[in-house]
Design a protein around this ligand. Structure first.
Ligand SMILES: [Ca+2]
Length: 473
């Protein structure tokens, strides 16, 4: 009898573990790593020689590296909103960094845009939470209507995250010590002078993995404050790069800033610690890691030669590193040139978790899961778009990338720039005049798209003062 009970119990444990592992396979953990102001040339895997990123390079060697991954905007908030909502910033009417720029004398008036994501939108963490995930947010949020009465209704915990460590209205660390303790951020009170923000957020993320590894599947959304200004890093890490810069042969015109290099190294150490933790907990094989950035590096020498950088209208502002690792599911060391964009993560992650989309979820993304699994080499999409009805370093503009072609339309004067990115990746030859048919075809497509997402347009500014045109935007 005892034997029988033991056998039944044994069978029960066996089947439970089978069921558990099936459930675990069906719904992987997701570690989404979003780096702030990440240049296309900032990682070794993307050609950096001055910056050292062994852990990130290992991630690429173990997973898939994308050469045509894009942010949905050239600045922080819209790009972040696109990832979380799966919608173009133009559709959300959230088209500039919060709280944005105001140019009262400029030629065009900016639309009445939103400094928040509407609660009717079901965001990625909400969709995953409903499907049984535990959702943790760490780091920079920057999606709250700064100074408005409903600001506190738009914290990460109001948009589907179970916990929020570090997220508030800020677009950069603004606590007393900025990147060093004291941080003045939610859940970040403990510490001592000298503690470094990237390291401390990583401690918190590792605690989260500890607490959740053997429970429900989890979404760990780690939105690094780094590499945004102000550039600050621990002295010992800076010293290494100060020495390196003294003798470095800068053949590729990299930014030899030892502090920024130390920030990149701190990021790399963080990624290494997270990967190690997943392995230690025995959940690495059931965890997808996605690493990308929210917009281009904040310096022309961070883009591996791509034209311009954060806040501008060319490739250096929006092309991002993207690495995805899922052992056993994604071929190690694979690469793809297929173009992907921020909105794609939402449907991709839903597909990983075996979830179908519901109303009010993502509207503009395409799942890149078939690229990652190797079942397809091309996505069923011909073009991606940008819409920036604001003044920044750039004049207001819209853009399309359609295959190898890229068209930029500047709203003030209708000027068009056309580039063949395959033959001219650094956008040096404007072909708009020599190929007006292609320019017109792409402009027509932009107009149709703008209408389809109900994009807000600029209007003539009655207070326009031509003298203001010479001012730096
Ligand atoms: Ca940013």
């Amino acid at each position: 009898m005892v034997d029988m009970i033991q056998k039944i119990l044994g069978l029960f444990v066996f089947f439970s573990s089978v069921l558990f592992s099936i459930a675990a396979i069906e719904k992987p953990n997701v570690v989404f790593l979003l780096v702030d102001d990440l240049g296309w040339g900032d990682f070794g895997a993307y050609g950096a020689k001055f910056y050292e990123t062994p852990n990130i390079d290992k991630l690429a060697a173990d997973g898939m590296l994308f050469t045509n991954a894009y942010a949905a905007c050239t600045v922080c908030s819209p790009s972040r909103a696109a990832i979380l909502s799966g919608c173009y910033p133009a559709r959300l009417h959230l088209t500039d960094w919060i709280a944005g720029h105001n140019q009262p004398k400029a030629k065009l008036k900016i639309p009445d845009w939103k400094m928040k994501i509407d609660h009717e939108r079901i965001l990625l963490p909400e969709a995953l939470k409903e499907a049984g995930y535990t959702t943790g947010f760490f780091g920079k949020w920057h999606l709250m209507p700064n100074g408005q009465t409903d600001m506190q209704e738009h914290l990460p915990t109001n948009h589907g995250f179970d916990i929020n460590i570090g997220g508030r209205e800020w677009g950069q660390p603004k606590g007393k010590g900025k990147y060093f303790y004291p941080f003045d951020m939610p859940g970040m009170d403990e510490g001592k002078p000298g503690d470094y923000l990237t390291d401390k957020l990583t401690d918190k993320a590792i605690e989260f993995i500890d607490q959740n590894a053997n429970k429900k599947p989890f979404l760990l959304y780690f939105s690094y404050y780094t590499l945004h200004s102000p550039l600050m890093a621990p002295a010992n890490r800076v010293e290494k790069y100060t020495k390196k810069a003294a003798t470095f042969k800068n053949e590729k015109n990299e930014l030899l800033n030892p502090v920024r290099a130390a920030m990149v190294e701190s990021l790399d150490l963080s990624v290494g610690r997270l990967v190690e933790k997943l392995e230690k907990m025995g959940i690495a094989d059931n965890t997808v890691i996605i690493l990308t950035g929210d917009n281009g590096g904040d310096h022309p020498e961070t883009t591996a030669g791509l034209r311009e950088y954060k806040g501008y209208s060319h490739e250096g502002a929006v092309r991002e590193p993207l690495i995805v690792k899922w052992p056993g599911k994604i071929k190690a060391g694979s690469t793809t040139d297929e173009m992907v964009i921020g909105m794609d993560f939402y449907p991709t992650i839903l597909e990983f978790a075996g979830l179908a989309a519901k109303p009010n979820q993502h509207a503009d993304g395409v799942s890149i899961a078939p690229l990652l699994s190797g079942t397809k080499t091309e996505l069923d999409r011909d073009a991606i778009y940008w819409h920036y009805p604001h003044y920044h370093r750039t004049k207001p503009y819209g853009a399309i990338r359609d295959g190898d072609w890229k068209l930029i339309e500047f709203f003030e004067d209708g000027k068009l720039e056309l580039f063949d990115l395959k033959n001219d990746p650094f956008e040096t030859k404007d072909l708009a005049e020599s190929n007006p048919e292609k320019a017109k075809q792409l402009l027509d497509k932009i107009k149709v798209w703008r209408s389809s997402v109900n994009a807000q347009m600029m209007t003539p500014n009655p207070s326009y003062s031509p003298a203001s045109d010479n001012k730096k935007n």
